[in-house]
Ligand binder design. Structure first.
Ligand SMILES: Cc1cc2nc3c(=O)[nH]c(=O)nc-3n(C[C@H](O)[C@H](O)[C@H](O)COP(=O)(O)OP(=O)(O)OC[C@H]3O[C@@H](n4cnc5c(N)ncnc54)[C@H](O)[C@@H]3O)c2cc1C
Length: 562
């Protein structure tokens, strides 16, 4: 690169960093994206995108040696032979678990946007009002109305399929054609709605192009083919990723520079100027230390890595991490409680089937403690279910004509239900830097201390009771509970540590994701989240990012940020 001076620097090129880059570039800022991983170009670098099962040496399974060497990432359902190259191996990027925490990461251009499950539910007013009303964490400095236009803005560009329902618990957005429920899912929906007047059942909203519009075709993306092989990278650009969408759009402006293999070590705080002037990196391969400078910096390294970078940004002014006079940096980390699931069977409908591999599930917005506190636990959970016919390939016939016939006939219907519970951010759930262990780039290892609490157990019990009751009323049989007992982190919705709020004493960021004490630094990934809601979080990170860039550039024009 010819120069190390830019208008803006974005750290990380995943879901939120891609959005920061697009918005900054489109607003005319010369923008440098620093990404610790290798480059991944849309299409060119998706080696398995069209591979058939027989083309994979282990038929898409992970070999035992890999499982033993990398137990954390192997617990992620999406880590398979066809996707392994997009996931971080435990052995290559160690961290310290004070308590069991499965930290699933994707270090490459595009980050986890290549391997996410693409579910995109808006938060509701009840979610933003939650902490203030129920007295936990701190009050969000923003409300649903502040973010709603920005949800619309990002949804139009991303392409979200969904149905218009008019629910205040899961607000409508800018939708493409919705996916359809199958006959059993519709039957369960009908019966649940008839049995409860406080529960809604809708098809999930997801970042798939069911009917691409001009704005999507202009990105070079096309229709989703319902293959459900998204985690390999999509040959059609049918789902949203930074690689297929935001980064190429940013590049078209001529304002984007992406530097892969750039491990950000810390932000540079100039004690004399009294401000952050740039970013220190270590080149991933050469291990050379380099510095880049800009007027404004967006941190989008993913929730816990952003915490790490800020904790490691030490100066005379900020000896405990950038902007951390309050001492709360790295604290109040939260996640989603995914432990509970329920399996069941459904009799009948043996003459019905469904099209394709739909990339979303049926969803029930949270129905607990929505308008007031009414349970013996705080907050609530979203419920998902799907129904499908099993049986192909499981026939109890070893070979011959009977085997072929048995394998051409689908079996009976089964139903799967799962929860996504809100967790309460607590000071005791925190991350710090190891005092004595460093990675191969000389950066202290992250030490994670995060656990479930009694509230999470109560939510789990309520999900089981309500789920069983709903499935019974819906006509399911053979209902079985499951507890994955998974560690926090495997939800891959870790949030917080650099939370938004009104008061610098109790928060790091203001209502525009701007650091109270370092006004040219913005944090718009999951680290900024004051609470977790019950929705999949990434669409909220995208909306907050676009909103923060809009604000930052206006402030720069006014001369308030330089
Ligand atoms: C299997 C799976 C399913 C998921 N399903 C959903 C879902 O359905 N809905 C949903 O909302 N979310 C889902 N998620 C979560 C979603 O992927 C994340 O919320 C989202 O990617 C976060 O965006 P981000 O920009 O904060 O981080 P990322 O997308 O992880 O990007 C961060 C980037 O920063 C880079 N980086 C990190 N540290 C540094 C450093 N020191 N220097 C330079 N670069 C750095 C990383 O390499 C990475 O490229 C899922 C995730 C997975 C893995």
């Amino acid at each position: 690169m010819k120069s190390n001076q830019f208008d803006a620097i974005v750290v990380g090129s995943g879901i939120s960093g891609g959005w920061a880059a697009k918005e900054l570039c489109e607003k005319g800022l010369k923008t440098l994206v620093l990404e610790r991983g290798r480059d991944v170009k849309h299409l060119k670098d998706y080696p398995t995108m069209t591979a058939a099962p027989w083309e994979m040496p282990h038929r898409n399974r992970i070999p035992l040696a890999d499982k033993l060497e990398n137990p954390v990432v192997n617990r992620c359902y999406a880590y398979k032979e066809d996707t392994a190259h997009f996931f971080v191996k435990d052995s290559e990027h160690p961290y310290i678990q004070d308590k069991p925490f499965d930290w699933v990461r994707g270090y490459q251009v595009g980050g986890k946007s290549l391997i996410w499950a693409r579910q995109t539910q808006r938060w509701s007013k009840y979610d933003f009002e939650g902490p203030g009303r129920d007295g936990f964490a701190v009050d969000w400095p923003i409300r649903y109305e502040d973010v709603a236009p920005w949800y619309s803005y990002v949804e139009r560009f991303v392409g979200i399929s969904g149905s218009y329902e008019g629910l205040d618990t899961l607000p409508d957005g800018e939708f493409l054609k919705a996916w359809e429920m199958n006959c059993v899912e519709k039957e369960i929906q009908k019966r649940i709605k008839a049995s409860y007047n406080d529960r809604d059942v809708i098809i999930g909203r997801c970042a798939h192009l069911t009917e691409p519009k001009d704005v999507h075709l202009a990105q070079g993306r096309g229709q989703c083919m319902a293959r459900n092989q998204c985690y390999r990278g999509c040959p059609f650009g049918g789902y949203f990723s930074s690689n297929s969408s935001t980064l190429p759009t940013a590049a078209k402006t001529g304002n984007l520079t992406v530097r892969p293999d750039s491990v950000v070590h810390s932000l540079i705080y100039d004690d004399q100027k009294g401000k952050v002037t740039g970013v220190r990196i270590v080149d991933r391969t050469t291990k050379e230390s380099l510095e880049y400078f800009a007027d404004v910096i967006f941190l989008n390294a993913s929730a816990l890595n952003t915490n790490l970078i800020l904790l490691n940004s030490i100066s005379k002014r900020f000896p405990n991490g950038l902007g951390n006079d309050s001492g709360i940096l790295g604290k109040y980390v939260a996640f989603h409680n995914y432990r509970g699931s329920i399996n069941a069977n459904y009799e009948g409908f043996m003459d019905e089937y469904y099209f394709g591999r739909r990339p979303t599930a049926v969803m029930m917005p949270n129905f607990r403690n929505v308008k007031k506190q009414e349970m013996d636990f705080m907050r609530g959970y979203m419920t998902f279910y799907t129904a499908g016919r099993a049986g192909f390939g499981y026939a109890d016939v070893p070979f011959g004509q009977d085997f072929k016939e048995a394998n051409s006939t689908p079996g009976p219907w089964s139903v799967y239900m799962m929860m996504q519970g809100e967790t309460i951010p607590k000071e005791s759930n925190h991350v710090t830097l190891s005092p004595d262990q460093k990675d191969e780039w000389g950066i202290p290892l992250l030490q994670i201390s995060v656990d479930y609490d009694e509230n999470d157990e109560k939510i789990l019990t309520d999900f089981y009771e309500q789920g069983e009751e709903m499935l019974t009323k819906a006509g399911c049989i053979n209902i079985r509970r499951g507890d994955s007992k998974q560690s926090p982190g495997l939800d891959i919705h870790e949030m917080g540590g650099v939370r938004m709020g009104r008061d610098p004493e109790t928060s790091l960021l203001n209502g525009f994701n701007q650091m109270h004490l370092a006004p040219n630094v913005f944090v718009t990934d999951g680290a900024c989240m004051t609470s977790t809601g019950t929705q999949n979080p990434s669409i909220t990170y995208m909306a907050l990012t676009a909103r923060a860039v809009d604000y930052a550039v206006k402030e720069m024009k006014k001369g308030n940020i330089s």
